[in-house]
Structure formats: structure tokens, C-alpha cells
Design a binder for this molecule. Structure first.
Ligand SMILES: Cc1ncc(COP(=O)(O)O)c(C=O)c1O
Length: 382
């Protein structure tokens, strides 16, 4: 056994001791009667017959894989049709699709921050609660971000003002709907700050896409009109996998030259693109479903607060039940599981040690009886 294995074993033993060891946990068979609040399939599209049909047809017609990166054999008319559709609904000059949100963020952000291209050391500001993929990209680019307090515009403004002491490019990174907290970034104010300080604003719409904004297209289309970037995924409300970026032509052209995850990775499979295109075409017809889902989340939030739970600053379909210690979170998690209710237990380092949470995501498939069952099980902790 190589020596390195001892270090990995010691690392895992330590994580286990702290109660933070991550394990894979295969989902039960879909036929099992389990009430599931842990997934990101916010519109129930993962099993939508039209999406399944589109994926099947695409696989039959074009095969199961793209067979190469987009710059070699893997580009397709499907990808172009999807990009045109997304660009239209985001009111963006251009969209680009990728095989996952993680590879999009890590590849695109690292390319944007490349010092050899910028010819300076960029000043990077990010909301401290952004997704891990941002931090992985900053590390790849060798950049130390200045993390502003969550959604705190005064803090961000003071950091931006301080950065004016030197001439440099500036970037602001945030999510529009925060995936672990369920609150929203103040996009208009961020746009003003970005304009004032000549910063490129980059917004991750992974958890907004499909459910928020005009026809579910997200909250940040104005950002693109200002010259910024909005990305989102097909892996949450659209029920599949893959991701998109909306931007101007200049940025898209640059990414085709420099973005590693676009250039050196096999393109998204035809079935993935076809189901995403079908999902995007369905979105305008889901206004009532979106409204009902968000309304149900609002009612649940009020009920959870009445029961004495801390749901943080959530205003969307994502509701965290926040606990100051792991034991309590484990107890509630296990109790819900005993009642056939599945939730995600989110531990450090994904969230701070004093804000361990059960993440509840409300989907269009959760009817009143599902919400009532959840509330009833949680009454045990009132
Ligand atoms: C905010 C955010 N961005 C990006 C991603 C990555 O997306 P994907 O799962 O498509 O790789 C996630 C996934 O959890 C996310 O929550």
C-alpha cells in the first residue's frame, strides 16, 4: 500500500470522529413510498413524459454520446437550437451550453480570471456563501477572493472602494437564489455597484432557473445586458443535467479560445440537450405551477416558524432548518426518515459548523398532503 493511503485513511478517520464523514447513500427505488424533500427536481421534470420522449428520440437518432468536445466532433444542431432558445429568453446576445454546472463554473471562471490575459492581478469579490465550484475556480486561477458578508452591499461597496487604490480589473460573483439558504441576491443593487466600479458581475442562477423570473428564465437577464454573465443549470428545476451561460458575443468568443472545460471535455450527450430544449420550451406554460409551488413554500415557511424552527432568511422554494449543533440535526433527520420523509443533511464544510441544516426543497410534486405530513412529523420537536 503506498504511503499516501495512510494520509487519506487518517483524514477520513478524523472526519468520522467529527461526525462530518460523507458517504454515498443510494436513493431508494423510485417505487418506494418515500416523501422526498431532498432533491432539486423543483418542477418534477425528471420524470416528465415529454422530456423522456425527447431524450429517447435524440439517443436513437444521434447516439448516446456527443463523441467529442464541441470544438472537435461534439458540436450539434441541438446544442445550437438550445443556445438560441436560452439566449432569447434571457434576452442575451449569446448562450453557450456545457455538460454540467460544476464544469461550467470551474472552467469559465478560471478562464475569465487568467492573469496572462487580463495583464493584471484581478480584484475578485464574492458573496461568502457562493457554491464550492467558485472557490475551486479561484484556486485554479491562483486568485484570493475578497469574500463579502452574505448579501451585504455596504461591505461589498467598501471593499470595492478600497480596491480603487490600484488600477485593475474587478469581478463580483454571487448566486441569484442561494442554494443552501433559499434567499435572493439584491441583483439591481449589485448591478449598480458593478457599473459604478466597472466590475464584471457574474451570477449563478442554478436554483433560480425554471422557477424564478420571467417564464422561469431566472432573475439576472439585466446583468447580461450590462455586459455581465448569468449561468444556470439544467440539473435542478429542468430535471436533467448540463448547464448554460448567457453573455455577450465577445465573452463567448473568448471562452471558445480559453475555457478548458469547453475545449477539453466531451460535449453534453444528445439526450441531455434534447430534454433541456424540451424543458425550456415547456417553461412558459408553467406559470401556474411556479406560482403554486412558491405559494406552498411560503405557507410551509410560516408553519415551520410557528413550530419554532430557524429557517434563516429563506424567501424561496428552498427552506433550511438550521441547527447550532450536529446532534440535534441528526435527531431531526433520523426522526423524519422514520416517518418516511427524506431530507438532505448538510454538514460543514459546505455550511458553517454552527449552521448545520436540513435542506428542504419544495417541488411542484409536493401537494398539500405532503406538506401536512412533513409539518406533522416535525411537531414532535415543537
Ligand atoms: C449554485 C450552484 N452552482 C452550480 C452547481 C453545479 O451544478 P451541476 O450539478 O449541474 O454540476 C450547483 C450544484 O449543486 C449549485 O448549487
Amino acid at each position: 500500500m503506498p504511503y499516501a493511503s495512510d494520509a487519506y485513511a487518517a483524514f477520513c478517520a478524523q472526519a468520522e470522529q467529527r461526525g462530518h464523514l460523507r458517504r454515498l447513500n443510494a436513493r431508494l427505488d423510485h417505487s418506494a413510498r418515500l416523501l422526498d424533500f431532498s432533491h432539486n427536481d423543483y418542477l418534477g421534470f425528471a420524470h416528465h413524459p415529454q422530456l423522456i420522449h425527447a431524450a429517447q428520440r435524440a439517443a436513437q437518432r444521434y447516439g448516446v454520446g456527443a463523441t467529442g468536445s464541441r470544438l472537435l466532433s461534439g458540436d450539434s444542431l441541438l446544442a445550437h437550437a438550445l443556445e438560441r432558445r436560452i439566449a432569447r429568453s434571457k434576452q442575451a446576445p449569446r448562450a453557450l451550453v456545457f455538460s454540467s454546472g460544476y464544469t461550467l463554473n470551474t472552467g469559465v471562471i478560471a478562464a475569465l480570471l487568467d492573469r496572462r490575459v487580463l495583464k493584471d492581478e484581478p480584484a475578485v469579490f464574492c458573496d461568502r456563501l457562493v457554491h464550492a465550484s467558485f472557490y475551486h475556480a479561484f484556486a485554479t486561477a491562483g486568485v484570493h477572493p475578497q469574500r463579502y458578508h452574505h448579501n451585504d452591499l455596504d461591505h461589498l461597496a467598501s471593499l470595492l472602494a478600497a480596491s480603487q487604490a490600484r488600477k485593475c480589473t474587478r469581478f463580483i460573483f454571487t448566486e441569484s437564489v442561494f442554494g443552501m439558504d433559499g434567499d435572493c441576491a439584491p441583483i439591481d443593487e449589485l448591478r449598480s455597484l458593478a457599473r459604478r466600479y466597472d466590475a464584471l458581475l457574474y451570477i449563478d442562477e442554478a436554483h433560480a432557473t425554471g422557477l424564478h423570473g420571467p417564464e422561469g428564465s431566472g432573475l439576472a437577464s439585466g446583468v447580461v445586458q450590462d455586459g455581465g454573465i448569468a449561468m444556470g443549470t439544467f440539473s435542478k428545476a429542468l430535471g436533467g443535467s448540463g448547464a448554460y451561460l448567457a453573455c455577450n458575443e465577445g465573452i463567448a468568443s473568448f471562452l471558445l479560445q480559453r475555457c478548458g472545460s469547453l475545449i477539453y471535455s466531451t460535449a453534453a450527450a444528445p439526450a441531455t440537450l434534447a430534454s433541456a430544449l424540451t424543458a425550456w420550451r415547456l417553461l412558459p406554460h408553467y406559470g401556474n405551477v411556479r406560482r403554486a409551488t412558491l405559494e406552498r413554500a411560503t405557507q410551509l415557511r410560516a408553519q415551520l416558524r410557528e413550530l419554532g424552527f430557524d429557517v434563516g432568511k429563506s424567501t424561496t422554494h428552498i427552506l433550511p432548518l438550521i441547527f447550532s449543533n450536529l446532534e440535534r440535526a441528526l435527531t431531526v433527520h433520523a426522526h423524519l426518515a422514520e416517518h418516511g420523509i427524506r431530507t438532505s443533511l448538510i454538514r460543514p464544510p459546505t455550511v458553517p459548523p454552527n449552521a448545520i441544516r436540513l435542506r428542504l426543497a419544495i417541488s411542484a410534486n409536493h401537494d398539500d398532503s405532503a406538506i401536512a405530513a412533513l409539518v406533522s412529523a416535525l411537531r414532535a420537536f415543537q
